[in-house]
Design a protein around this ligand. Sequence first.
Ligand code: NAP
Length: 254
Amino acid sequence: MSETNDTQRKSALVTGSSRGIGLAVASELAQAGYNVCLNCSSERGLAALQEHADALAARYGVQTLAVAASVGNADEASALVSVAHKAFGRLDVLVNNAGITHDGLMVRMKEEDFDNVINVNLKGTFLCCKAAGQIMMKQRYGRIINMSSISGIGGNAGQVNYAASKAGVIGLTKTIARELAARGVTANAVAPGFIATDMTDALSEKQREAIGAQIPLKRFGRAADVAHLVRFLASEEAGYITGQVICVDGGLAL
Ligand code: NAP
Protein backbone atom coordinates (compact mmCIF):
# COMPACT_ATOMS: atom_id res chain seq x y z
CA MET A 1 0.00 0.00 0.00
CA SER A 2 1.12 3.53 -0.74
CA GLU A 3 0.93 5.35 2.57
CA THR A 4 -0.25 8.58 4.03
CA ASN A 5 -1.71 8.32 7.51
CA ASP A 6 -5.29 9.55 7.40
CA THR A 7 -8.17 7.22 8.21
CA GLN A 8 -10.74 10.05 8.28
CA ARG A 9 -10.69 10.35 4.50
CA LYS A 10 -13.49 8.77 2.54
CA SER A 11 -12.43 5.71 0.58
CA ALA A 12 -13.34 4.22 -2.76
CA LEU A 13 -12.93 0.94 -4.62
CA VAL A 14 -12.88 1.15 -8.41
CA THR A 15 -12.99 -2.22 -10.15
CA GLY A 16 -11.22 -2.58 -13.50
CA SER A 17 -9.05 0.49 -12.98
CA SER A 18 -5.85 -0.54 -14.78
CA ARG A 19 -6.71 1.65 -17.78
CA GLY A 20 -9.48 3.47 -19.63
CA ILE A 21 -12.53 4.74 -17.77
CA GLY A 22 -11.65 2.94 -14.53
CA LEU A 23 -8.22 4.53 -14.29
CA ALA A 24 -9.71 7.96 -15.06
CA VAL A 25 -12.28 7.42 -12.28
CA ALA A 26 -9.61 6.28 -9.79
CA SER A 27 -7.56 9.35 -10.66
CA GLU A 28 -10.55 11.70 -10.37
CA LEU A 29 -11.49 10.30 -6.94
CA ALA A 30 -7.88 10.47 -5.70
CA GLN A 31 -7.74 14.09 -6.85
CA ALA A 32 -10.98 14.72 -4.93
CA GLY A 33 -9.25 13.39 -1.78
CA TYR A 34 -10.50 9.80 -1.53
CA ASN A 35 -8.26 6.91 -0.56
CA VAL A 36 -8.60 4.62 -3.56
CA CYS A 37 -8.26 0.87 -4.13
CA LEU A 38 -7.44 0.09 -7.75
CA ASN A 39 -8.14 -3.32 -9.28
CA CYS A 40 -7.24 -5.42 -12.31
CA SER A 41 -8.31 -8.93 -13.26
CA SER A 42 -5.14 -10.93 -12.58
CA GLU A 43 -1.65 -10.97 -11.06
CA ARG A 44 -0.21 -10.44 -14.54
CA GLY A 45 -1.32 -6.81 -14.50
CA LEU A 46 -0.46 -6.13 -10.86
CA ALA A 47 2.97 -4.49 -11.32
CA ALA A 48 1.55 -1.93 -13.76
CA LEU A 49 -1.49 -1.38 -11.52
CA GLN A 50 0.79 -0.77 -8.53
CA GLU A 51 2.65 1.87 -10.55
CA HIS A 52 -0.63 3.68 -11.23
CA ALA A 53 -1.57 3.42 -7.54
CA ASP A 54 1.83 4.77 -6.42
CA ALA A 55 1.62 7.65 -8.90
CA LEU A 56 -1.82 8.69 -7.62
CA ALA A 57 -0.69 8.50 -3.99
CA ALA A 58 2.37 10.63 -4.73
CA ARG A 59 0.42 13.16 -6.78
CA TYR A 60 -2.62 13.63 -4.57
CA GLY A 61 -1.37 12.69 -1.08
CA VAL A 62 -3.96 9.95 -0.49
CA GLN A 63 -3.63 6.26 0.35
CA THR A 64 -3.89 3.87 -2.56
CA LEU A 65 -3.95 0.12 -2.90
CA ALA A 66 -3.55 -2.16 -5.92
CA VAL A 67 -5.37 -5.50 -5.82
CA ALA A 68 -5.61 -8.22 -8.48
CA ALA A 69 -8.98 -10.00 -8.35
CA SER A 70 -11.39 -11.20 -10.99
CA VAL A 71 -14.76 -9.71 -10.09
CA GLY A 72 -16.75 -12.58 -11.59
CA ASN A 73 -15.21 -14.98 -9.07
CA ALA A 74 -17.17 -14.90 -5.79
CA ASP A 75 -14.20 -15.51 -3.48
CA GLU A 76 -12.00 -12.98 -5.26
CA ALA A 77 -14.72 -10.30 -5.38
CA SER A 78 -15.45 -10.73 -1.69
CA ALA A 79 -11.73 -10.63 -0.79
CA LEU A 80 -11.26 -7.49 -2.93
CA VAL A 81 -13.97 -5.58 -1.08
CA SER A 82 -12.74 -6.83 2.27
CA VAL A 83 -9.09 -5.89 1.61
CA ALA A 84 -10.10 -2.36 0.54
CA HIS A 85 -12.33 -1.95 3.60
CA LYS A 86 -9.68 -3.19 6.05
CA ALA A 87 -6.88 -1.14 4.49
CA PHE A 88 -8.77 2.15 4.69
CA GLY A 89 -10.96 1.45 7.74
CA ARG A 90 -14.15 2.34 5.81
CA LEU A 91 -15.64 1.95 2.36
CA ASP A 92 -17.74 4.86 1.12
CA VAL A 93 -17.74 4.44 -2.64
CA LEU A 94 -17.89 1.39 -4.89
CA VAL A 95 -17.53 1.92 -8.63
CA ASN A 96 -18.29 -1.27 -10.54
CA ASN A 97 -16.43 -0.47 -13.71
CA ALA A 98 -14.77 -3.78 -14.70
CA GLY A 99 -16.15 -4.90 -18.03
CA ILE A 100 -15.38 -6.96 -21.10
CA THR A 101 -16.79 -7.49 -24.59
CA HIS A 102 -16.89 -10.60 -26.82
CA ASP A 103 -18.89 -9.24 -29.74
CA GLY A 104 -20.61 -11.29 -32.44
CA LEU A 105 -23.99 -11.72 -34.04
CA MET A 106 -26.43 -13.68 -31.90
CA VAL A 107 -26.83 -16.61 -34.31
CA ARG A 108 -23.08 -17.21 -34.32
CA MET A 109 -22.25 -16.41 -30.71
CA LYS A 110 -20.63 -19.15 -28.67
CA GLU A 111 -22.28 -20.01 -25.38
CA GLU A 112 -19.01 -19.42 -23.53
CA ASP A 113 -18.73 -15.89 -24.95
CA PHE A 114 -22.23 -15.15 -23.69
CA ASP A 115 -21.46 -16.63 -20.26
CA ASN A 116 -18.09 -14.88 -19.84
CA VAL A 117 -19.49 -11.42 -20.54
CA ILE A 118 -22.47 -11.93 -18.24
CA ASN A 119 -20.15 -13.32 -15.58
CA VAL A 120 -17.79 -10.33 -15.47
CA ASN A 121 -20.16 -7.46 -16.30
CA LEU A 122 -23.31 -8.52 -14.45
CA LYS A 123 -22.41 -11.17 -11.90
CA GLY A 124 -19.19 -9.32 -10.99
CA THR A 125 -21.26 -6.21 -10.31
CA PHE A 126 -23.67 -8.21 -8.15
CA LEU A 127 -20.86 -9.86 -6.16
CA CYS A 128 -19.08 -6.56 -5.40
CA CYS A 129 -22.38 -4.80 -4.58
CA LYS A 130 -23.31 -7.61 -2.19
CA ALA A 131 -19.99 -7.49 -0.32
CA ALA A 132 -19.81 -3.68 -0.22
CA GLY A 133 -23.53 -3.30 0.52
CA GLN A 134 -23.12 -5.21 3.78
CA ILE A 135 -20.37 -2.82 4.89
CA MET A 136 -22.19 0.31 3.71
CA MET A 137 -25.45 -0.68 5.43
CA LYS A 138 -23.59 -0.95 8.74
CA GLN A 139 -21.86 2.38 8.07
CA ARG A 140 -25.24 3.88 7.16
CA TYR A 141 -23.53 5.62 4.29
CA GLY A 142 -22.46 4.59 0.83
CA ARG A 143 -22.38 5.43 -2.85
CA ILE A 144 -22.57 2.64 -5.42
CA ILE A 145 -21.98 3.56 -9.05
CA ASN A 146 -22.36 0.85 -11.68
CA MET A 147 -21.06 1.15 -15.23
CA SER A 148 -23.79 0.28 -17.69
CA SER A 149 -23.80 1.36 -21.35
CA ILE A 150 -26.15 2.85 -23.92
CA SER A 151 -26.06 -0.69 -25.42
CA GLY A 152 -27.97 -1.80 -22.33
CA ILE A 153 -30.64 0.83 -23.00
CA GLY A 154 -31.20 0.57 -26.74
CA GLY A 155 -29.48 -2.72 -27.64
CA ASN A 156 -26.70 -2.94 -30.21
CA ALA A 157 -26.37 -5.38 -33.11
CA GLY A 158 -23.39 -7.66 -32.46
CA GLN A 159 -23.53 -7.25 -28.69
CA VAL A 160 -26.32 -9.51 -27.47
CA ASN A 161 -24.22 -10.68 -24.51
CA TYR A 162 -22.86 -7.23 -23.65
CA ALA A 163 -26.21 -5.42 -24.06
CA ALA A 164 -27.93 -8.06 -21.90
CA SER A 165 -25.26 -7.67 -19.22
CA LYS A 166 -25.56 -3.88 -19.23
CA ALA A 167 -29.38 -3.95 -19.22
CA GLY A 168 -29.03 -6.34 -16.27
CA VAL A 169 -26.80 -3.83 -14.50
CA ILE A 170 -29.62 -1.27 -14.78
CA GLY A 171 -32.20 -3.61 -13.23
CA LEU A 172 -29.72 -4.56 -10.51
CA THR A 173 -28.94 -0.92 -9.75
CA LYS A 174 -32.60 0.11 -9.47
CA THR A 175 -33.28 -2.85 -7.19
CA ILE A 176 -30.41 -2.23 -4.81
CA ALA A 177 -31.27 1.49 -4.79
CA ARG A 178 -34.63 0.47 -3.31
CA GLU A 179 -33.13 -2.09 -0.92
CA LEU A 180 -30.36 0.12 0.49
CA ALA A 181 -32.01 3.56 0.52
CA ALA A 182 -33.18 3.39 4.12
CA ARG A 183 -29.57 2.88 5.24
CA GLY A 184 -28.21 5.99 3.53
CA VAL A 185 -26.75 4.12 0.57
CA THR A 186 -27.44 5.34 -2.96
CA ALA A 187 -26.96 3.33 -6.16
CA ASN A 188 -26.87 4.77 -9.66
CA ALA A 189 -25.86 3.58 -13.10
CA VAL A 190 -23.77 5.47 -15.62
CA ALA A 191 -24.36 4.68 -19.29
CA PRO A 192 -21.46 5.81 -21.46
CA GLY A 193 -21.82 6.04 -25.23
CA PHE A 194 -18.65 5.71 -27.29
CA ILE A 195 -15.64 6.60 -25.17
CA ALA A 196 -12.10 6.49 -26.57
CA THR A 197 -10.43 3.59 -24.69
CA ASP A 198 -8.86 0.20 -25.52
CA MET A 199 -12.42 -1.17 -25.72
CA THR A 200 -13.38 1.10 -28.63
CA ASP A 201 -9.89 0.91 -30.21
CA ALA A 202 -11.10 -2.37 -31.73
CA LEU A 203 -13.33 -0.33 -34.10
CA SER A 204 -12.00 0.41 -37.59
CA GLU A 205 -11.39 3.99 -38.72
CA LYS A 206 -14.43 3.68 -40.99
CA GLN A 207 -16.67 2.49 -38.13
CA ARG A 208 -15.34 5.29 -35.93
CA GLU A 209 -16.19 7.92 -38.54
CA ALA A 210 -19.68 6.48 -39.09
CA ILE A 211 -20.39 6.44 -35.35
CA GLY A 212 -18.92 9.93 -34.85
CA ALA A 213 -21.31 11.28 -37.48
CA GLN A 214 -24.30 9.93 -35.48
CA ILE A 215 -23.25 11.59 -32.22
CA PRO A 216 -24.88 15.01 -31.78
CA LEU A 217 -21.71 16.38 -30.14
CA LYS A 218 -19.72 14.92 -33.09
CA ARG A 219 -16.97 13.22 -31.15
CA PHE A 220 -16.19 10.17 -29.05
CA GLY A 221 -16.18 10.87 -25.34
CA ARG A 222 -13.07 10.92 -23.18
CA ALA A 223 -12.64 8.72 -20.12
CA ALA A 224 -12.53 11.93 -18.08
CA ASP A 225 -16.04 12.85 -19.31
CA VAL A 226 -17.34 9.75 -17.51
CA ALA A 227 -15.08 10.22 -14.48
CA HIS A 228 -16.46 13.73 -13.84
CA LEU A 229 -19.98 12.34 -13.48
CA VAL A 230 -18.79 9.50 -11.25
CA ARG A 231 -17.04 11.98 -8.96
CA PHE A 232 -20.31 13.89 -8.55
CA LEU A 233 -22.41 10.76 -7.94
CA ALA A 234 -19.83 9.67 -5.35
CA SER A 235 -20.11 12.94 -3.46
CA GLU A 236 -22.29 13.82 -0.47
CA GLU A 237 -23.95 16.44 -2.70
CA ALA A 238 -25.49 13.63 -4.79
CA GLY A 239 -27.24 12.15 -1.76
CA TYR A 240 -30.78 12.69 -3.10
CA ILE A 241 -30.11 10.90 -6.38
CA THR A 242 -30.65 7.14 -6.42
CA GLY A 243 -31.79 4.44 -8.85
CA GLN A 244 -30.98 6.62 -11.86
CA VAL A 245 -29.33 5.82 -15.17
CA ILE A 246 -27.34 8.76 -16.51
CA CYS A 247 -25.98 8.74 -20.06
CA VAL A 248 -22.59 10.24 -20.92
CA ASP A 249 -22.86 9.85 -24.66
CA GLY A 250 -22.69 13.20 -26.43
CA GLY A 251 -26.44 12.93 -27.02
CA LEU A 252 -26.27 9.64 -28.95
CA ALA A 253 -29.14 7.92 -27.12
CA LEU A 254 -31.52 10.88 -27.48
P1 NAP B 1 -11.11 -1.20 -20.99
O1 NAP B 1 -10.22 -0.08 -21.42
O2 NAP B 1 -11.16 -2.43 -21.82
O3 NAP B 1 -10.73 -1.58 -19.47
C1 NAP B 1 -11.43 -2.62 -18.84
C2 NAP B 1 -10.98 -2.71 -17.40
O4 NAP B 1 -11.73 -3.78 -16.79
C3 NAP B 1 -9.51 -3.06 -17.26
O5 NAP B 1 -8.99 -2.40 -16.14
C4 NAP B 1 -9.56 -4.57 -17.02
O6 NAP B 1 -8.47 -5.06 -16.25
C5 NAP B 1 -10.81 -4.67 -16.19
N1 NAP B 1 -11.35 -6.02 -16.13
C6 NAP B 1 -11.72 -6.82 -17.15
N2 NAP B 1 -12.15 -8.00 -16.69
C7 NAP B 1 -12.04 -7.94 -15.33
C8 NAP B 1 -12.31 -8.85 -14.28
N3 NAP B 1 -12.78 -10.08 -14.52
N4 NAP B 1 -12.07 -8.45 -13.01
C9 NAP B 1 -11.56 -7.22 -12.73
N5 NAP B 1 -11.28 -6.33 -13.70
C10 NAP B 1 -11.52 -6.69 -14.97
O7 NAP B 1 -12.62 -0.71 -20.86
P2 NAP B 1 -13.27 0.76 -20.78
O8 NAP B 1 -13.59 1.18 -22.16
O9 NAP B 1 -12.45 1.64 -19.92
O10 NAP B 1 -14.66 0.40 -20.09
C11 NAP B 1 -14.86 0.48 -18.69
C12 NAP B 1 -16.31 0.19 -18.40
O11 NAP B 1 -17.14 1.11 -19.11
C13 NAP B 1 -16.76 -1.21 -18.80
O12 NAP B 1 -17.70 -1.70 -17.88
C14 NAP B 1 -17.42 -0.96 -20.14
O13 NAP B 1 -18.36 -1.95 -20.45
C15 NAP B 1 -18.07 0.38 -19.90
N6 NAP B 1 -18.34 1.12 -21.13
C16 NAP B 1 -17.34 1.52 -21.96
C17 NAP B 1 -17.66 2.19 -23.13
C18 NAP B 1 -16.61 2.68 -24.09
O14 NAP B 1 -16.99 3.24 -25.13
N7 NAP B 1 -15.34 2.54 -23.81
C19 NAP B 1 -19.00 2.46 -23.44
C20 NAP B 1 -19.99 2.04 -22.57
C21 NAP B 1 -19.66 1.38 -21.41
P3 NAP B 1 -7.24 -5.91 -16.89
O15 NAP B 1 -6.17 -4.89 -17.07
O16 NAP B 1 -6.91 -6.93 -15.89
O17 NAP B 1 -7.73 -6.48 -18.19
